[in-house]
Design a protein around this ligand. Structure first.
Ligand code: GLP
Length: 248
C-alpha cells in the first residue's frame, strides 16, 4: 500500500485525476471503477477539464460504479446515476451505454446484484478502482461488519452514514439500503486508488492504514492486503497517522 500525502486538497485531487488520466492514456479501453461522494466532485471536475483542454479520451472506456441507493431510479436527482451523468458522463465523450451502476430500482435486487457481478466479469474485470471512504470505514457501501469475501449485495446503511449523507437529501428522505460491490469485488480490481481529504477523515484513515486488517470493524483496512493500492491524502486527512513516512 502506497500512501501519498499532498500539501493541499487541490494537490491531492490533482494527483488522483492525473493517475486516472495516465491509466486511460496507457489503455484507452480501460475498465474504470468509479466512486461518488463529495470528495469525488472535484476529481470529476478536473477530469472534465482534462478532456476539454488536453483531449483526454474516454470514448473506449467502460465504467462500473461502486454503489447505488435502493429504491431510487436513475432519474432521481439523489441517485448516484444522476450524480455521475451530471458531473462526469454527460461532460466527456464516454458512451453512456458503457457506463454501469447497479439499478437501485430493480424489481429483483438479488438478481440485479448477480447481473452486476457478471457484467464486471464479462468486461474483463476492473483495471483501476477509484475509492472514497466513509467515516464508518466503508468503501463503496461496505459498512462494518462486512465479510472479506463479500460480493455485490444489498446492505443496510450504518447510522453514521445516514448522518453523513442525509444533508445531501435536503427535505427528501434518504434511503436506508443500498446495493454495493462487495469487499472482494473491490479487491479484485487490478489497482485501487483511494482519495480522502479533510480533518473529518483523519481518524478513520489512521485506522484504515495503521490498524489491523479487519473488515468487521474497518472494511477499508482490507486495502492493506491489495498488491497495488495507492492512498492519496491531504495534510488534514493524514494528520492522525503516526507510522507512515511523510512522503511527498
Ligand atoms: C458515499 C459513497 C462512498 C464514499 C463516501 C464518501 O457514502 N457510497 O463510496 O466513499 O460517500 O463520501 P464523501 O466524499 O462525501 O465524504
Amino acid at each position: 500500500m502506497e500512501v501519498v500525502i499532498q500539501p493541499s486538497t487541490a494537490a491531492a485531487v490533482e494527483l488522483v485525476a492525473e493517475i486516472i488520466a495516465r491509466e486511460v492514456q496507457a489503455k484507452p479501453r480501460s475498465v474504470l471503477g468509479l466512486a461518488t461522494g463529495r470528495t469525488m466532485e472535484s476529481v470529476y471536475a478536473r477530469l472534465v477539464q482534462k478532456h476539454r483542454a488536453e483531449r483526454l479520451d474516454f470514448s473506449n472506456c467502460q465504467t462500473f460504479n461502486l454503489d447505488e441507493y435502493v429504491g431510487l431510479p436513475g432519474t432521481d436527482k439523489h441517485s448516484y446515476r444522476h450524480y455521475m451523468n451530471r458531473l462526469f458522463f454527460n461532460q466527456v465523450n464516454i458512451d453512456l451505454q458503457n457506463t454501469h451502476l447497479p439499478h437501485g430500482d430493480a424489481p429483483n435486487l438479488a438478481a440485479e446484484c448477480e447481473r452486476y457481478e457478471r457484467l464486471i466479469h464479462d468486461a474483463g474485470g476492473i483495471d483501476l478502482q477509484l475509492l472514497g471512504i466513509g467515516q464508518s470505514g466503508h468503501i463503496g457501501f461496505n459498512e462494518p461488519p462486512s465479510e472479506a469475501n463479500s460480493r455485490t449485495r444489498v446492505v443496510v446503511l450504518a447510522p453514521e452514514t445516514i448522518r453523513q449523507n442525509t444533508p445531501l437529501f435536503g427535505a427528501d428522505k434518504m434511503p436506508s439500503h443500498a446495493i454495493t460491490m462487495g469487499v472482494e469485488t473491490i479487491l479484485a480490481a487490478k489497482k485501487c486508488l483511494l482519495l480522502a481529504t479533510g480533518k473529518s477523515k483523519a481518524g478513520i484513515i489512521q485506522r484504515t492504514i495503521e490498524g489491523p486488517v479487519t473488515t468487521n470493524n474497518v472494511p477499508a483496512s482490507a486495502l492493506q492486503s491489495h498488491p497495488h493500492c495507492t492512498i492519496v491524502l491531504d495534510e488534514a486527512a493524514a494528520s492522525a497517522l503516526t507510522k507512515v513516512p511523510r512522503k511527498r
